[in-house]
Design a binder for this molecule. Structure first.
Ligand code: NAD
Length: 454
């Protein structure tokens, strides 16, 4: 396939101004929703074949989120794309000022593998809603979901509007040589740097949705049972292959034993097993080996008995973990939960801040002073107080990282903004034109200007 041709055709189409029409965008969004709804069985089947992700988790963590994004874009895109009034200063009266959201143009979306539908299609939905055309390069790792998205989109959309190009490193490298108007990337920090450098060559703006080690801090005054229940769910969903999963837990020393036994209780209650579809496989052998190497056999509190043939690592909790341990050096991105302890909240915050700014941070506490302190002192993309992962589902909250965990955000209105340029305009009538700013410059004019401007 000649990639340049695909992008040239999209750009030519964009330049016809057809996508500026809000009805056109709504029509395309409705088309996507209907294709997905009609092909749900195929979507479930493909992802199950890739890493045994169940229909339940695929609906709750992928399709429901996609439908929510489409529905809100359809109902709100007219409002989001309205020209917005701005105030006008004395110097420009009787003029008026306003801001027009305009689509960036032709977008490249590069997806990650862990939530392959949602992480590819939600940015595409936001881009189409904003009036852009989209080239989507899904992750090649879950190959059947990538094939399915390519089939459904390429058979049902005009390639001038929305086109899926499949491939891995080689194909993405070729695509990155071409100038896009914006690149939206979800993936790892090292690849994020490659994308940023390639984009810089064309001065292309980027949104980078990256990862990192997201902490959960648990103080002694919490409801231990509910804290463990929420953390176990957030950690072992999708077998821990979630960018915003709590990577590690720091629990106040005095409740460590009670906390660990509550975690064990909820792991057992959840009956995590790929055969009963309560659990998911590790996506491939490479990740299985990487994760298995992170498990320190001497520190296992529960779990650890991995099955390489099935690519299954059961929920594994490690205790007595130190920041110097192997498991604390990189993002885990799998079902291993290291539990560390702290005695002083200041030390806990200090330790978290020694690592890169995380994508998420979770604080479990009844103390409003500690909550305020953590929210004030730790920089992170987004997070929750007394919960984990669920902030992702709130479309009113921008989703994205900070520092090493990413640049930019999306979801709901924030997705629309990510793919829009806010064009500012000052408009003047031909009524009057004071001479004050014009040459010849005189001391009197300067005196008046200083008096007016201050
Ligand atoms: P990855 O960086 O390996 O791959 C992401 C995409 O980049 C894929 O489409 C892949 O084909 C492409 N790619 C890989 N190597 C490339 C290269 N050398 N040049 C050009 N393109 C290349 O990431 P992944 O393994 O798919 O996902 C795991 C990472 O993504 C984790 O760090 C996780 O935290 C992060 N993540 C972040 C979010 C978020 O929303 N912030 C969501 C999911 C995953």
């Amino acid at each position: 396939m000649n990639y340049q041709e695909v992008i040239d055709q999209q750009r030519q189409f964009f330049n016809t101004n057809a996508t500026k029409d809000i009805s056109f965008r709504i029509k395309e969004l409705k088309r996507l929703k209907s294709i997905l709804q009609k092909n749900e069985a195929l979507l479930y089947d493909s992802i199950y074949k890739d890493f045994k992700k169940s229909e339940f988790e695929t609906y709750t963590t992928e399709l429901s989120i996609i439908y929510h994004e489409i529905n809100s874009a359809i109902s709100k895109v007219r409002k989001w794309s309205k020209k917005k009034k701005a105030s006008t200063g004395l110097a420009n009266l009787p003029g008026k000022s306003y801001i027009i959201p305009e689509p960036f143009g032709t977008i490249l979306v590069i997806g990650a593998w862990n939530y392959p539908y949602q992480l590819s299609l939600c940015p595409a939905i936001a881009a189409i809603g904003a009036g852009c055309t989209v080239v989507l390069k899904p992750s090649e790792v879950p190959s059947r979901t990538a094939d399915t998205m390519a089939k459904l989109i390429n058979e049902n959309f005009d390639p001038k509007v929305f086109k899926v190009i499949e491939g891995g490193v080689q194909e993405t490298t070729e695509l990155l040589k071409i100038k896009f108007d914006k690149i939206f990337f979800t993936g790892s920090v090292p690849v994020g740097k490659i994308i940023y450098q390639a984009a810089a060559k064309h001065l292309t703006p980027v949104t980078l949705e990256l990862g990192g080690k997201s902490p959960a801090i648990v103080t002694k005054d919490v409801n231990i049972d509910m804290t463990a229940k929420r953390l176990v769910w957030g950690k072992f969903l999708n077998a821990g292959q979630t960018c915003i999963a709590p990577d590690y837990v720091m629990v106040e020393s005095s409740i460590k034993d009670q906390f660990l036994s509550a975690v064990k209780k909820y792991i057992e209650k959840s009956d995590y097993n790929v055969d009963n579809q309560n659990y998911t496989q590790i996506v491939n052998d490479k990740n299985f080996d990487r994760l298995n190497d992170m498990i320190d056999q001497d520190k296992i509190y529960i779990g650890g008995n991995s099955n390489k043939e099935e690519r299954v690592i059961p929920p594994t909790v490690l205790e007595n973990v130190e920041f110097s341990d192997n498991v604390m050096q990189d993002e885990i991105f799998g079902p291993i939960l290291p539990v560390l302890t702290f005695d002083s909240i200041d030390t806990a915050i200090e330790e978290v801040k020694k690592l890169s700014k995380p994508l998420s941070c979770y604080v479990f506490t009844k103390s409003s002073a500690i909550k305020k302190k953590i929210l004030n002192e730790i920089s992170f993309g987004g997070g929750a107080v007394n919960d984990a992962v669920m902030h992702f589902t709130e479309q009113t909250l921008p989703f994205g990282g900070v520092g090493d965990s990413g640049i930019g955000s999306y979801h709901g209105k924030y997705g629309f903004e990510t793919f829009s340029h806010y064009k500012s305009v000052l408009q003047k009538p031909f009524l009057i034109e004071p001479n004050l700013k014009y040459a010849p410059y005189t001391p009197t004019k300067l005196k008046w200007l200083k008096r007016i401007i201050g």
